[in-house]
Ligand binder design. Structure first.
Ligand code: ATP
Length: 462
């Protein structure tokens, strides 16, 4: 059975709970541009930090970089983007719709959405023409063509042009990598599906420089490592797959390419969230040619000089964040309650808020004790204090935000100093000394297990 399409429900949950808002909404919105709200930015940061920790901080062979969005225009000539970063565009003369000629199967006729463009009797599609996806802008005060520059469509080129800067300043030896997280811009013909395809987005890209001849071995290692990483985010194994780029799908610069795909459910189905590419020496070679500066790596020990090959891992945090939300979204019945609940079963380490802190009532010293506990926990985790409304409601609000723990202060708490911890996924509760609530949470978050599994770990130890 295909996974259900939950995109529409997610768009409204994301607005209601402050994950993602439509850009410039009070002016009617700007199409396919989105802003990340208080919960969205926490989730995105957690995701990006997890990537940075795995790729940069926990390794001694990858260095971080933050190159500028604006680069010398020759960079994009050398990389092939000025000439070749194009998609085939067709217009419909009747409905004025614009479509990617190679993605008509995924598009809808604007007059009759049940049909694909070209299938309706009135459709009049033009011949495909090549449309460059780079945004152009001007640098300096004079708007003449000599000052045209581009908003980068990927972060990778910043890593290539800094290859020797990073290598020489860090004294890294090949094989080593350069990692970046940053914004990229593409004037996509058909953006859409919420934050799946937008014109402004972010990338988490890593370029691994290797000796020619060892490239396929490194490629295979990175392919396996990146799939493992996506599984570690809590994405269900049966929603993840590889897609191999074969034959004419393979970009002109690529020696091999695989996508990590996630099943977004509904008609969207399996789609790329990350690309793993063996780019050979195409990029360094082109920059060497265009800049006329040597980018050769000197291997002193082996007395060799060569242009390294590049294995690239290119992941989109926005798309991966959408995958996390789709994967986590559940509508569940709750035993003994008429109303069901909507819950985001996000991995505890990624959840934007780690705990809701709730005094059961607003009297008998409970709010004071709860405030003290919340203040204490806040030194380590983002927590949310809530004393408004029935306790069931307060739990539900945190379920929808994906908060893994609910800490409740009740009548017993003020007399013996204990609190209950409620677990989001299986709704079980344990009672622990208030002083160790933070340790229990930390263990769950660090254990990297699903909440239900880690609960038993915590129970054993407390
Ligand atoms: P697609 O085929 O979907 O256009 P791509 O193959 O051009 O993607 P890459 O250039 O490999 O994508 O970029 C790496 C990652 O950046 C993608 O896997 C995706 O997660 C993300 N990404 C690319 N384009 C967009 C976009 N327009 N909006 C959001 N994320 C994007």
């Amino acid at each position: 059975m295909p996974f259900p399409d939950v995109l529409e429900k997610l768009v409204s949950l994301c607005k209601r709970r402050g994950f993602v808002f439509q850009s410039s909404e009070i002016y009617g919105g700007l199409g396919s541009v989105w802003d990340y709200g208080p919960l969205g930015i926490e989730l995105k940061r957690n995701l990006q930090e997890r990537w940075w920790n795995t790729m940069v901080r926990q390794r001694d062979d990858i260095e971080g970089l933050d190159s500028a969005i604006l680069m010398h225009p020759r960079v994009w000539e050398a990389s092939g983007h000025v000439g070749g970063f194009v998609d085939p565009l067709v217009d419909c003369k009747v409905c004025k719709g614009r479509f990617r000629a190679d993605k008509l199967q995924d598009a809808q006729c604007l007059k009759k959405p049940s049909k694909k463009p070209g299938e309706h009797s009135e459709c009049q599609l033009t011949e495909p023409r090549q449309f460059n996806l780079m945004f152009k802008t001007h640098i300096g005060a004079v708007e003449d063509s000599s000052a045209v520059i581009y908003m980068r469509p990927e972060t990778a080129q910043g890593s290539y042009v800094n290859f020797l800067n990073v290598q020489q300043s860090t004294r890294q030896k090949v094989p080593f990598g350069i990692a970046q997280i940053g914004k990229a811009f593409r004037n996509e013909i058909t953006p859409g599906n919420f934050i799946f395809r937008t014109r402004e987005f972010e990338q988490m890209e890593m370029q691994f420089f290797v000796e020619p001849g060892t490239d396929m071995e490194h490629f295979e290692k990175w392919k396996a490592a990146r799939m493992e990483w996506h599984r570690g985010l809590g994405l269900d194994a049966d929603r993840l797959q590889f897609h191999e780029h074969a034959g004419n799908e393979l970009a002109h610069y690529a020696r091999a390419a695989y996508d990590v795909e996630f099943d977004f459910g509904g008609s969207l189905g399996f789609q790329e969230i990350e690309g793993i590419h063996n780019r050979g020496d195409f990029d360094l070679g082109k920059h060497q040619e265009f800049s006329k500066k040597s980018l050769l790596y000197i291997d002193q020990a082996a007395n060799k000089r060569y242009l390294p090959y590049v294995i690239e891992t290119a992941c989109g945090p926005n798309r991966t964040l959408l995958a996390l939300l789709v994967n986590a979204y559940r509508e569940e019945a709750v035993e003994g309650e008429e109303e069901g609940r909507v819950v985001l079963r996000l991995h505890p380490a990624l959840a934007p808020i780690k705990a809701g802190v709730f005094p059961l009532t607003k009297k008998d010293g409970q709010p004071e004790m709860a405030t003290r506990i919340a203040d204490d926990l806040r030194k380590k985790f983002p927590v949310f204090y809530d004393d408004a409304g029935a306790i069931g409601r307060r739990y539900r609000r945190q379920d929808e935000a994906g908060t893994p723990f609910g800490i409740t202060i009740d009548g017993q708490s003020t007399s013996d100093g204990t609190v209950t911890i409620r677990f989001r996924d299986d709704l079980k509760q344990i009672r622990v000394d208030a002083a160790v609530a933070g340790d229990v949470m930390a263990k769950h978050i660090a254990s990297d297990l699903a909440v239900t599994e880690s609960r038993s770990v915590a129970e054993e130890q407390h």
